[in-house]
Design a protein around this ligand. Structure first.
Ligand SMILES: [Zn+2]
Length: 330
């Protein structure tokens, strides 16, 4: 029979109670954190308040689980929305014209082709094609979808900043209503013109990424002696599939940047002087982020900008008075 320390059961219940208060999902990470928390409670079984500390740990883990799950869900929704308006912009006839241009260049004799000439001509054809998208009627819908994704990222970042601050304060008895907070934050951004400018910046990056991807595919196909139809299919596949890399990658990065901007701006507007950087601890943390965490707290004026790389999930954290956000709590 396996021996279990007498505090193990109560500690598990304490962690679960804290997690339940957070309203967060039961993720694999929460489960792992529970095992660690119970082990810690056993090691400090004689310490006063050991179960209260375990409750706090459960609530903290639940908060992070909720934060990351919400971000993932929102990114999935907006990636889909942006893809849905992006795909119709990719026209098979326009792709055929780009393919023909590349095939013409590929047909030139080796002597007349400069080194890397095929890659350069494929990239040029891809750029011409993608630049023309901005003149299509569907472009406005794409721009709006990207702007909305950035607004959602920004709003969620503000909510996250308050959630983290509330967790640091250990607000007993009140609970952040994430959805109400998000709606408030989102509405506060309605008239923010800079979101349109940001949307244009991210759209330019999306086109750049798509041109690079398309150029590479066209050059590779031409090099391999693919037929015209095969090249058009490959081009359609890289640009207009459900999960076109340039779209998914850009939306993810734009929304993460927006979330970090939203958090930092909220902290600054609340007069915060010192900001911590917390790494996501999800196995994808790079050395840069680890260094930024170790260098915390930072002055809010010269805190490094997050994200430091694509798919960076690290966050700002600071102490903030919650008095301005009373409407977000129930
Ligand atoms: Zn990071």
């Amino acid at each position: 029979m396996e021996f279990e320390h007498p505090i193990a059961g109560p500690a598990r219940e304490a962690f679960a109670a804290g997690w339940a208060v957070s309203g967060g999902p039961l993720t694999y990470r929460v489960h792992t954190a529970c095992i660690v928390a119970v082990q810690t409670a056993i090691e400090h079984a004689d310490a006063p308040r050991v179960l209260e500390v375990t409750v706090d740990l459960g609530r903290l883990e639940g908060m992070w689980a909720l934060l990351f799950t919400r971000r993932e869900e929102q990114q999935a929704v907006h990636t889909r929305t942006v893809s849905d308006v992006w795909r119709p912009l990719i026209d098979r006839d326009a792709l055929a014209a780009a393919v023909d241009a590349v095939r013409r260049d590929a047909g030139l004799s080796e002597a007349r082709r400069t080194l890397g000439g095929l890659a350069a001509s494929a990239l040029a054809a891809a750029r011409t094609l993608l630049r023309a998208l901005a003149d299509l009627t569907g472009w406005t819908a794409l721009r709006t979808a990207v702007r909305n994704a950035i607004a959602a990222g920004r709003a969620e970042g503000m909510v996250n900043a308050v959630a983290i601050a509330a967790e640091r304060l250990g607000t007993a008895g009140v609970r952040l209503d994430w959805d109400i907070a998000f709606q408030h934050a989102y509405r506060s951004l309605e008239r923010l013109d800079e979101l349109w400018a940001e949307a244009d910046t991210w759209l330019a990056r999306m086109l750049d990424g798509a041109a690079t991807d398309l150029g590479r595919v066209l050059a590779g196909a031409a090099e391999d002696g693919a037929s015209r139809e095969e090249m058009i299919d490959a081009a359609m596949d890289v640009l207009a599939s459900d999960d076109a890399a340039a779209v998914a990658f850009t939306v993810d990065w734009a929304m993460t940047t927006a979330a970090d901007d939203g958090a930092l701006e909220l902290y600054r507007s609340e007069g915060v002087q010192r900001v911590d950087i917390i790494t996501a601890g999800d196995g994808r943390v790079c050395e840069t982020c680890t260094g930024f965490e170790a260098g915390s707290p930072w002055s809010s004026l010269d805190v490094p900008r997050l994200p430091t790389h694509p798919v960076c999930r690290c966050c700002y954290a600071a102490d903030v008075s919650l008095s301005h956000f009373a409407a977000w709590f129930t």
